[in-house]
Design a binder for this molecule. Structure first.
Ligand code: PEP
Ligand code: MN
Length: 348
């Protein structure tokens, strides 16, 4: 990884570095952060002569040959200094709560718009709404392109940044055009490397964030970090990791709650962790407990399904969504646990 002295290389400097790298069969990939751009070297970056030549350029500050399978996601990467800012919220400085419906009902937009105002009132910092849905059965409602305009309308009315899941390139193009603030990659696609690469490339040099969920089948946390590396290596360093439960082990929970991997992720990588308790436990009555546990484990945020009238929701909302009243209490409690978890005197 190449770190220039100035925040960014000029076009001529980038050409010069790229030409040296090409002689050693390496490519340079600029990764644009909030304050500075770093330059990933894709290829065999341990070639001593190449490193010496690049280090010899007077506009280069440092060359970090990180000894890690994930050069960019690693906690020792230069990107550890990169701040992710969403709608004015700096990740890591206060709990970041994304809330809203599992699924937008294109035939009843008012439910979503009212939910949007209600979750804002409850203290949420961003709004989720499923435009397209990955459903177990092909006959279930799959979402609808029309719902994107309802999501955008809700952003206009509330001023909250918006989050939605994309599963293919058609949906990605629509989400890009709508300038969705957070692209969600769900559990079904977290190992779809060609989609992850494409998303990294298409969102490079934009302010779009990517919320990458853990797949149901993932074992070692390294697999999640490596999947995120595809997005960052594609050019977008604004990645957040989302434990959302793995294959169910216990009767009663939809998935096996996995908020406890948060500190393990934080030892390996700088990426913020936003836990999804709704899909892990899968029942509204268990969600607050799992959410507060995630806060105690040091999560930076939560993504929670909420609906003004869950029984009239579609997708997961009838069973999983919290009412705005319950959400409001949970957000207050989350702040309390956040403060305790970060009080060094307690955990020293
Ligand atoms: C969702 O967020 O509604 C969803 C389908 O999530 P997951 O990919 O975690 O199942
Ligand atoms: Mn859902």
């Amino acid at each position: 990884m190449i770190i220039p002295k100035e925040p960014k290389l000029t076009k001529e400097q980038l050409n010069e570095v790229s030409e040296i790298a090409a002689e050693y069969n390496c490519n340079i990939k600029p990764i644009e952060g909030h304050h500075r751009t770093i330059y990933a070297l894709l290829g065999e970056e341990r070639e001593a002569i190449m490193i010496n030549r690049i280090m010899g350029l007077d506009y280069i500050d440092r060359f970090d040959a990180i000894d890690s399978p994930y050069k960019l996601m690693d906690i020792h990467s230069e990107l550890a200094n990169h701040k992710i800012v969403i709608g004015g919220h700096i990740m890591g400085e206060a709990p970041f709560i994304i809330a809203g419906q599992c699924t937008i009902d294109p035939n009843n937009p008012n439910y979503f718009l009212e939910t949007a105002h209600a979750v804002k009132e409850a203290g949420a910092k961003a709004l989720r709404g499923g435009v397209w849905k990955p459903r177990t059965m092909p006959y279930a409602f799959q979402g609808d392109d029309r719902s994107i305009s309802i999501l955008v309308e809700a952003r206009e009315q509330t001023g909250l940044p918006i989050d939605t899941e994309v599963m293919d390139e058609h949906q990605l193009e629509i989400a890009l055009e709508a300038e969705v603030d957070i692209l969600q990659i769900g559990t079904r696609n977290a190992l779809n490397y060609s989609l992850l690469k494409k998303i990294g490339e298409k969102t490079a040099n934009t302010s779009m964030k990517v919320l990458l969920k853990r797949t149901r089948a993932m074992g070692p946390v390294n697999e999640l970090v490596a999947a995120a590396e595809y997005i960052v290596a594609g050019g977008n360093p604004n990645v957040m990791l989302c434990p959302r439960g793995t294959i169910p082990q216990m009767e009663g929970y939809r998935n096996n709650p996995d908020e406890s991997i948060t500190p393990l992720l934080k030892e390996k990588t700088w990426a913020p962790v936003v836990v999804d308790p709704s899909h892990s436990v899968g029942r509204a009555k268990y969600v607050p407990g799992a959410a507060l546990a995630a806060m105690a484990y040091g999560a930076d945020g939560l993504i929670i399904e909420s609906h003004i009238d869950p029984k009239h929701g579609i997708g997961d909302d009838p069973k999983q969504a919290l009412t705005p009243e319950v959400l409001a209490k949970l957000i207050k409690d989350a702040q309390t646990i956040w403060d305790i978890a970060r009080d060094e005197k307690v955990f020293a």
